[in-house]
Design a protein around this ligand. Structure first.
Ligand SMILES: [Zn+2]
Length: 395
């Protein structure tokens, strides 16, 4: 028999679950009205009013009058509370870093950034740690987590490989080392491609996509498989290294140590080699410049064709493997496909199993562009602080 204290505890828990669902709804549908939210959650309008009142006192959600529409009863639109919980988002890019702050509305505000990276990883992480500690000093208890995106390979809390600078095995816990000793914020780490995929699947072109594969070309290829809005990150956070699948030349060794990596055949370094140019210092800038040429030479067009075909072939293989509802592209994959869409389409079709060819899985350009990883890290961080357990702690 349940005691009265365990009964009230379980009803409090049930309320927190409903609160978490309501917060999810406000995130997924900005500007949703109280009436529409009550309907989606399957609760009465009285229960919604009561829940909203509690969430307003808890400084989680707030409401303002909705613009009048026709003759219906006036309602309100729901939004994040102005004093609600925050996530600090830190992004380590191939060419610099950014630190931002984001509330439950999911719109990251950049607070500090650098357009270049110092040589030593500890210096870079220390600069980012200062920016993180400054936001924490200002916002205090409102900050509930730090969510990090890195343009490299992650395993647990370590950056195993950061190709743009040749860094190996960097301890990322340094990012929170400048916070006061009694502050222990949860840190969520993610690979940039995984987080860009998460952003496309939750707020981008693949919204409501079910199973979605996102592929991004930068230096090499990265990607993520997102199932019902959650990325498959693997046992140690290292999943999604699509560029290191041996779809390339088996005789060639990749900087990762493996032979035959696909990533070696589809990025700016591959283009430079095919064009007979020396290896560019910044393969992304090199690729953008080449792509922007109005009249490429025959050799340059042949390089585009080769890269686009390799991309299309790999996408086909991954569609055969994962059976996604959609494939989304990011980074250089978008203009590279556009530069040679016939080569891409032919290779994609030829690589698909015959039964898939009559209605091939759509391959769409992502919409978040360079902000994808930052937005994905924001989404992941807010997911982390809006579980029923995390809300219980906040309340
Ligand atoms: Zn590799």
């Amino acid at each position: 028999m349940a005691t009265s204290s365990s009964t009230s505890q379980s009803s409090a828990t049930a309320r927190l679950f409903t609160a978490a669902r309501l917060i999810d709804l406000v995130r997924a549908q900005p500007g949703i009205t109280r009436a529409a939210a009550a309907q989606e959650l399957g609760i009465s309008s009285g229960a919604a009013t009561d829940l909203l009142a509690r969430l307003r006192v808890a400084e989680l959600l707030d409401e303002s009058p909705a613009p009048a529409q026709g003759r219906g009863r006036p309602t309100t639109v729901l939004h994040a509370h102005a004093r609600g919980p925050l996530v600090i988002v830190a992004e380590l890019l191939a060419t610099g870093w950014r630190v931002a702050c984001v509330g439950l509305d999911g719109e990251p505000q950049i607070e500090a950034q650098s357009p270049r990276l110092r040589q030593r990883p500890v210096r870079v992480l220390d600069d980012m740690a200062v920016a993180i500690s400054e936001i924490h000093a200002r916002e205090g208890r409102r900050v509930r987590a730090v969510s990090v995106s890195v343009a490299g390979t992650i395993s647990d809390d370590r950056l195993v490989q950061f190709s743009p600078k040749g860094w190996l095995d960097v301890d990322l816990s340094r990012l929170t080392a400048q916070l006061p000793d009694d502050v222990h914020l949860p840190v969520v780490l993610g690979n940039d491609a995984t987080l860009a995929g998460l952003a496309e699947a939750r707020t981008g072109v693949a919204r409501d996509g079910g199973t979605v594969l996102h592929l991004i070309v930068a230096v090499g290829v990265g990607g993520a498989l997102i199932v019902d809005g959650v990325p498959a990150t693997g046992e140690h956070g290292g999943a999604g290294e699509y560029g290191h699948i041996p779809f390339g030349d088996p005789a060639r060794q990749c900087p990762c140590g493996a032979y035959g990596c696909w990533g070696l055949t589809v990025d700016g370094l591959a283009l430079a080699e095919l064009c007979g140019d020396p290896a560019p210092r910044n393969p992304i800038t090199y690729a953008h410049k080449l792509i922007a040429k109005t009249a490429p030479t025959l050799r340059e067009q042949a390089a585009f064709d080769s890269v686009a075909a390799s991309l299309g072939r790999g996408v086909a293989a991954l569609v055969n493997l994962h059976d996604p509802a959609l494939v989304t592209l990011g980074g250089l994959a978008i203009p590279l496909r556009a530069r040679s869409s016939e080569s891409f389409d032919a290779a994609y079709q030829n690589g698909l199993m015959a039964y898939r060819r009559p209605s091939p899985t759509p391959v769409l350009d992502g919409i978040h562009g360079d902000d994808g990883p930052l937005r994905g890290a924001a989404i992941r961080g807010i997911d982390h602080i809006t579980t029923a357990e995390a809300l219980a702690e906040w309340v």
